[in-house]
Design a binder for this molecule. Structure first.
Ligand SMILES: [Zn+2]
Length: 318
């Protein structure tokens, strides 16, 4: 199924009034207890993460608390493939947005999930983010459902290169663009304001002259089938599903909630705002991801010695 557009609420971070933050402390304490007991009952869980785990790292998300797009919708695959103008617009914004995106470092939620993985509480992790921050935090078993932004692929010959190479090529072809100021936007995008793109030059594949595309699943594009199959296999091995920081409005992630419920596995969601699965899940926690996960991870115990891995945790019988 395609990565579709739909309405829904993602975590927004920083949008709530200060008075609400005081009440959050109580909510967070309750969420910690509820999540810790969920994990104790479920055994090793599959984790599914969305934009809400990366907003603390300075990577904006797409939607506001009411689920509306905060900004113009991202480019769709058909448009990117069909017109040079769309590719110019994409790469000009990406040229400016990449250095900001590249500087992002893992936050508390990434580190806590990696800690829970080391303890065997979290098994496989599937993320809708393209920032590789889970791996940067030390998480080992990760599926990047929507691909990764740090790699560029040629649609002609299939070769791939690092995004840093593309950045050098973009700057060489467009002198002066490295100094353009912009506001960071989701997925390494940036808001440029009114700029003239007529003379912007998009580098081509050096091998075949083909069109270069970031190795991410664009809106309107299918997630590769084997990637989805890998996650379903991981879900089969898991005792439950823990969703963190995702509104689940996009089918590519929501399908794993449906699969977990169909298999009789418990599902917990830790995410601010409404999600698509609120009425279906066993536990819904409306709290900021990082503080809750950090507390749960600390309570779960110290990390095993480097190089050692905990065995999967089996749920209690009965
Ligand atoms: Zn090529």
């Amino acid at each position: 199924m395609e990565r579709e557009r739909a309405s829904g609420a993602d975590e927004t971070g920083g949008r709530r009034a200060a008075s609400a933050l005081a009440a959050d402390a109580d909510v967070a304490a309750q969420a910690v207890d509820a999540l810790a007991s969920f994990l104790a009952r479920a055994g090793t869980v599959l984790a599914l993460t969305g934009a809400g785990v990366s907003t603390d790292s300075g990577i904006p998300d797409y939607r506001d608390a009411l689920g509306e797009w905060k900004r113009p919708e991202p480019v769709r695959i058909a448009e990117f493939l069909a017109t040079e103008g769309a590719r110019r617009r994409y790469w000009a914004r990406s040229l400016v947005g990449w250095p900001i995106f590249r500087r992002a470092r893992p936050g508390g939620a990434h580190r806590a999930l990696a800690h829970l993985e080391a303890l065997g509480r979290v098994g496989h992790l599937v993320t809708q983010n393209v920032d590789r921050l889970h791996q940067a935090a030390g998480h080992r078993d990760v599926t990047d459902l929507h691909g990764v932004l740090d790699t560029v692929v040629c649609l002609g010959c299939g070769s791939s290169r690092g995004r840093d190479w593309m950045q050098r090529a973009l700057l060489a072809a467009n002198p002066g663009w490295g100094d353009v100021a912009a506001t960071p936007a989701p997925d390494g995008d940036a808001d440029l304001g009114a700029v003239d793109l007529d003379r912007f030059r998009v580098p081509q594949c050096v091998g075949c002259g083909g069109v270069l595309k970031p190795d991410v699943v664009f809106f309107g594009e299918n997630v590769p089938r084997e990637r989805v199959a890998r996650v379903h296999a991981a879900l089969e091995r898991a005792g439950g599903l823990l969703v963190v920081g995702s509104s689940l409005m996009v089918w590519s992630g929501y399908r794993f909630v449906r699969a977990a419920k169909a298999a009789g596995k418990p599902v917990a969601v830790l995410s601010l705002g409404r999600t698509r699965a609120d009425t279906e899940v066993d536990l819904k926690l409306e709290a900021s991801c990082a503080p809750v996960l950090e507390r749960v991870a600390t309570m779960a115990g110290p990390a095993p010695l480097s190089g050692q891995r905990a065995h999967p945790v089996r749920p209690p019988i009965g």
